[in-house]
Design a protein around this ligand. Structure first.
Ligand code: GRF
Length: 221
């Protein structure tokens, strides 16, 4: 049976677009049943509508507290009955209540090689730290911001001329658009699990380290 997937966005929606295409191509055995945004102007909403996917907007500013906003999101999500929820450029911090409701069923992609550079402005942070490698990480969401168990990371060598903008583009094109559809495909097939102690397994095999782009080219498709 095809998985029911909900995607939370705030902006451009390039990761969302990759997921839409992977579902259409049946690389992901799933259906995006709802795209939920906290911003009405998010371009990702148009991408969803063009693909005939149901959308909803809940403006966080309309709610008195983070708890109220998350409770409203939980109600909208419950109606869509997703098997799991994918954060794709969703720029709000989630409350523990929300995270608990989808424990082990909530994925995020973060534009850095976690645990390095959680939070915002990761590309500039890589430059400021003089690091020579950069990339992105897909992880399960837990209550620690950008700190949940890592599933897969892709990385590349920073070129001397790469400024923050160039790095953002490379992270998106060379890493994010490759690793997120793959992780969601595993999730949709029920192959990816997070145990209560936070350990991640793929096809019943526990991952010591997160998977890499190289793994994708070999056995782990
Ligand atoms: C991505 O870099 C993602 O890792 C970060 O926000 C960006 C979203 O881009 N959390 P898009 O909306 O998928 O185009």
């Amino acid at each position: 049976m095809s998985a029911r997937i909900a995607v939370l966005i705030s902006g451009e929606g390039r990761n969302l677009q990759a997921l839409i295409e992977a579902c259409a191509a049946q690389r992901i055995d799933g259906e995006i049943v709802l795209v939920l945004s906290n911003r009405a102007q998010a371009r990702g909403l148009l991408r969803a509508q063009q693909a005939g996917i149901a959308t909803a907007t809940l403006a966080h500013r309309d709610y008195a507290s983070r708890e109220d906003f998350d409770a409203a999101m939980l109600r909208v999500l419950a109606e869509a009955r997703p098997d799991f929820v994918v954060l794709a450029g969703f720029m709000r911090i989630l409350t523990p209540a929300f995270i608990r409701a989808y424990a082990g069923r909530l994925l995020n992609i973060h534009p850095s090689l976690l645990p390095r550079h959680p939070g915002l402005n990761t590309h500039q942070a890589v430059i400021d730290a003089g690091e020579t490698e950069h990339g992105a990480t897909v992880h399960f969401v837990t209550e620690e911001l950008d700190g949940g168990p890592r599933i897969i990371q892709g990385q590349f060598k920073r070129r001397i001329e790469d400024d923050a903008e160039a790095l953002a583009e490379r992270v998106m094109q060379e890493v994010e658009l490759k690793i997120y559809p793959q992780a969601v495909a595993w999730m949709a097939r029920g192959e990816l699990t997070m145990a209560e102690d936070g350990r991640v397994s793929l096809r019943g095999k526990m991952l010591g380290e997160p998977l890499s782009l190289t793994d994708l080219e070999t056995e782990f498709r």
